[in-house]
Design a protein. Structure first.
Length: 209
């Protein structure tokens, strides 16, 4: 790539990281008048912990906004005419920004929502196909981390399958592998609790606790 293209690619990925870092869980909790999600449960800012702080309805809003971070990051890369590899890197940057937000001391969520949001733009069929997995595991077990881990693995396999079938560019195999690796890495403490039977379950409530 020529220097101008490299600069544009770096700027796009950096912008995606900053977009991913927007802590919507905290912002929505403040607007809703609930406690900061970081003061409860796992101390994270993702969907499950936000639900503990402000209830299911407000947490759904925060979750959709978190997913939008991944979508917007990929759309930004597409709009700037970036090749698939840069689109994939932008999607990954949004996941990292969400989990290591520069706005809140490089902390954040687990990366699931922006990962799904990026996938929704990259391959919407796969993104929609894995939703029943997430909802089914969550409703049956009430363990958000288990739902997230199983869904991210299914999404990675689905995206790799889409690449094999020629539905998306080969560069997105890298996104599938690295995204699921990051999400599982950011769930390391959850995985330890799952293995010892100590993982937290969530309660489905309409309002703040």
């Amino acid at each position: 790539m020529d220097p101008g293209t490299v600069v544009l690619a770096v700027a796009t990925v950096a912008a995606a990281y900053l977009i991913g870092g927007i802590p919507w869980g905290i912002i929505v909790a403040r607007i809703a008048g609930g406690p900061d999600p970081r003061t409860l449960g796992s101390g994270r800012t993702g969907g499950a912990n936000t639900m503990r702080a402000i209830g299911a309805r407000a947490a759904l809003v925060a979750g959709l906004l978190d997913a939008a971070k991944g979508s917007v990051s990929v759309l930004l890369a597409i709009g700037l005419g970036a090749p698939p590899i840069v689109q994939a890197l932008a999607a990954l940057a949004a996941i990292v920004g969400h989990s290591r937000s520069p706005y809140i001391g490089f902390k954040g969520g687990r990366g699931v929502a922006p990962g799904w949001g990026g996938l929704l733009v990259i391959q919407p069929v796969v993104a929609l196909a894995v939703l029943p997995i997430f909802l089914g595991v969550l409703l049956v077990t009430r363990i958000s981390s288990l739902a997230s881990l199983s869904t991210s693995a299914a999404a990675a396999l689905g995206l790799i399958g889409a690449v094999i079938l020629g539905a998306v560019a080969p560069a997105f195999i890298g996104y599938a592998i690295v995204a699921v690796a990051l999400i599982w890495l950011f769930h390391a403490d959850n995985i330890r609790r799952l293995l010892t039977g100590q993982e937290r379950r969530i309660e489905f409530r309409g309002g703040p606790r």
